[in-house]
Every structure is written in C-alpha cells, then in structure tokens.
Design a protein around this ligand. Sequence first.
Ligand code: 13P
Length: 252
Amino acid sequence: MLKRPVLAANWKMHLGPVAAGEFMRSFLERYKPRPDRTVIFFPPAVSLASMTAMVRAAGRTDVLFGVQNIHWAEKGAFTGETSAEMAKEAGAGIILVGHSERRHVFGETDAQCAKKCLAAARVGLPFLLCVGEKMAQREAGETAAVVTRQLREGVAQVPNLISAEFLIAYEPVWAIGTGLTATPVDASAIHTLLRSELGAMIGTRAAEIPILYGGSVGPGNAATLLAANEIDGLLVGGSSLDVTTWIKIAES
Ligand code: 13P
C-alpha cells in the first residue's frame, strides 16, 4: 500500500530525456527519502527508462515512476502507442488513466479508460484514474453525476476490484493550468462523494484508496489542500516542472 500523502508530478509533454536527467540529478541530491509519503513522477514515456536507471543506480527506492497513458492491447499494429507490458519493462510502477487532456483533447471515452485500467491490472500495476468535470458541467450542477460516472465506468472491468491496487485523482477540468483551484472545502466535498461511491463498490477497503486532488496546485496551496478532509495527495502539472518548486510541494 502506498504511503500517504501521495505527491505526484505529471510532466505532460515536458522534459525529454536530457532535461529529465538534469532534473532528477538535482532532485535526488536535494530531496532526501522520507518514510511518511510517496513521491511519483509521470514523465514523457521517452524519458522513463533513463530516469528509472538513474534512480536505481542511486539506490533510491523511495521514488516511483509511471506513464501518462497506455494502450490496452499487449502489442500490435497501434502506431504511436505503448502497452502496459512495455511501460512496466521500462520501469513504470504505476499507470495514469483518463487524464482530462486524454479525455478532452484526444477524445478518450470512459469505455477506453476501463480497458486501460484493466490492462494495468493485467500486468499487476496500480492505476491512477483521473475524474473531473468541465466548467459548463459544474455550472449545470452536473459535477457529482460526471465524476461518479467516470469512476464507476473507469473501474468497471477490473477483476477483483476489492483487492486491486489503484488511486483516484479528482481534477476539475476548469482548474487545470488555469490558476483557478477548487477550494479545499469544495474539493473535500467531491472527495467525500468519491469515497462513498468507492464504499458502495468495495466496502471498507474504500478507506485505503488514495484520492488525490489536481488543478493549479503550487507551493502556496499544497499544504492547505493536503490538510483538507479526504484529500490524500496531489497531482501536479505546471508546478512540478521546476525542481525547487516541486521539492517544496513534495515536502508539504
Ligand atoms: P496544473 O497543475 O498545471 O494545473 O495541471 C494539473 C494536472 O493536469 C495534473 O495532472
């Protein structure tokens, strides 16, 4: 089970192998292992293998790496895609599924997210399923319906969900990269709703599933968000790209 809080950096399409290596060298020097939290990086897939090799060489087991996306098939004629098996071989220990940019820029559906969560489970890796409403959905009062549908449909195909290892991230689409953040109270309310949905699916095990918040998190609001009820960690985009800023957040 992952230690909480879980501090996760989603680099999106930033930091190729050279820049990622420089970041990691500096990070490993300045961030000392802490037993009271989990730190995860989701670099671009092309940067993954060199980063995991660097961390292994440094003897650091406290940092976990993941991929930002996978295809659900094991292999095949799917140009440009990466399978869960390949991600695992390159050192991924976790798979991000259904990030809002995958859903809203690339048109990923709940059904596809479900196949990706299943693929992660097939190779024995935990998945981090992202859910979140768009601004128009929020204004129409649809937030609860949207996030519960994304959660239910996303995990629908995972066998033995009750014993599967997974995490959820609540990332309101309107808060991503905009400087707007859900208030800790608003975020807590959605996290509580997601926990209760999980409870209906997997009973008391729901308490063990980390639910992360993401959307314009930075060093100025990380600690307040982490202190809020039911927020077990953070998924950070822009503010994870600078090593000094990211260390401040990872030490929140
Ligand atoms: P920002 O932190 O840049 O708003 O991005 C959030 C996000 O999408 C993390 O997955």
